[in-house]
Write a protein that binds this ligand. Sequence first.
Ligand code: 5GP
Ligand code: ZN
Length: 113
Amino acid sequence: MKQGCIFCGIIAGAISSSKVYEDDQVVVINDINPKAKVHLLILPKRHIDSVSELRDLDEQLMGHMIFVAKKVADEQNLKGYKLLLNVNKEGGQVVFHIHMHLLGGGPIKLSEC
Ligand code: 5GP
Ligand code: ZN
């Protein structure tokens, strides 16, 4: 847990969110400002700033995030969707706790993601 991190606060339950899935490694929440009909965020429980900070030991976790995305998308009957990771400020990342966007269910405002 990193002090001052919004997503660590959500994972700890100190900041409210609309949670759709949780297991021992990740939490999935609805994005507060959705850019598609379905806009979920897959958050690892362990704080990692960004993809650029990944270490070898994170490989399993990142694979798990994709499998969770598939599971949640199947549960929501999404036939197609996009998975997106913004990396660093230059890549459009605003919240520096790794998260995967799952976007689907209709038109996607990708330029705003
Ligand atoms: P980024 O640009 O860092 O990849 O995406 C951050 C995402 O987090 C944005 O889509 C934004 O709407 C979402 N977000 C920021 N603060 C909160 C929050 O407090 N709760 C939820 N549920 N989503 C948030
Ligand atoms: Zn964090």
